[in-house]
Write a protein that binds this ligand. Sequence first.
Ligand code: SF4
Length: 209
Amino acid sequence: MYKCALCSVLACKEESPERIPKNCPMKTDTLIEDCFSEYETAENKEFYIKSSEIEAAGYCEWPRIREIIEFSKSMNYKKIGIAFCLGLRSEAKIVDRLLTAAGLEAISVICKTGAIPKERIGIPDEHKVRPGTFESMCNPIAQAKLLNEQKTDFNVVVGLCVGHDSMFYKYSEAMVTTLLAKDRVLAHNPAGALYCSEGYFKDKITVNE
Ligand code: SF4
C-alpha cells in the first residue's frame, strides 16, 4: 500500500535512489516507465511541457486564472469552455470577460442546462435542497457534451459539485482544468478546512466509522 502522504523521506524529489523507502511506489519501476512513455505521445507531450513551463513562468506570481489564460495562449487554443455552477454565475461571467479580453473565445454552459426535474433521475423530494419545490438536476454530462459539440479546445470547471465535477471530467473530450473547487462553507477555499482541521473545523470535518 502506498503512503506518499505520510512519507518524510521524499527521495522522489532528488536523485538519491539509495534513500527510497520500503513501500515506495518508485519500486514499481516498470509501471513508472510505462507512464513515462505516455508523456511521449503526440497528445500529451506538448500539453505537459507547456503546462510545466507555465508553472515556472508564473511561479508564485500568477493567480490560477492567469495561469489558465497564459497556458491556453501558449497552446494556441482558440475556444475555451466554461462549465459552471448556477451558484457561481457571477464568477463565470468574470471568467468569460477575462478570457475574451485575452483574445480567447469563451463558451459557457451552466450546470442546470436541460431543466430536468431531479425526480426524473430518481432523487426523491425529501433529498432535494428545498423539498416541495421544483429543482433542476445538475447536468454535467450535458455540460460536457454541449462543449464537445462546440469543439472547445480546453475546458475550465468553475465550481461544479463533488461528483458532478467527476462526471464532467469523464465526458469532456477536451482536457479539463479546475479553476474553482466548490466549497459553499468556505468561499470555495476547501483548503481552509484542512488548515483548521485541528481547531475550529475539527468537528465539522471529522466523520467516524
Ligand atoms: S515516492 Fe517514495 S520517496 Fe517519494 S513520497 Fe512516495 S514513498 Fe516517499
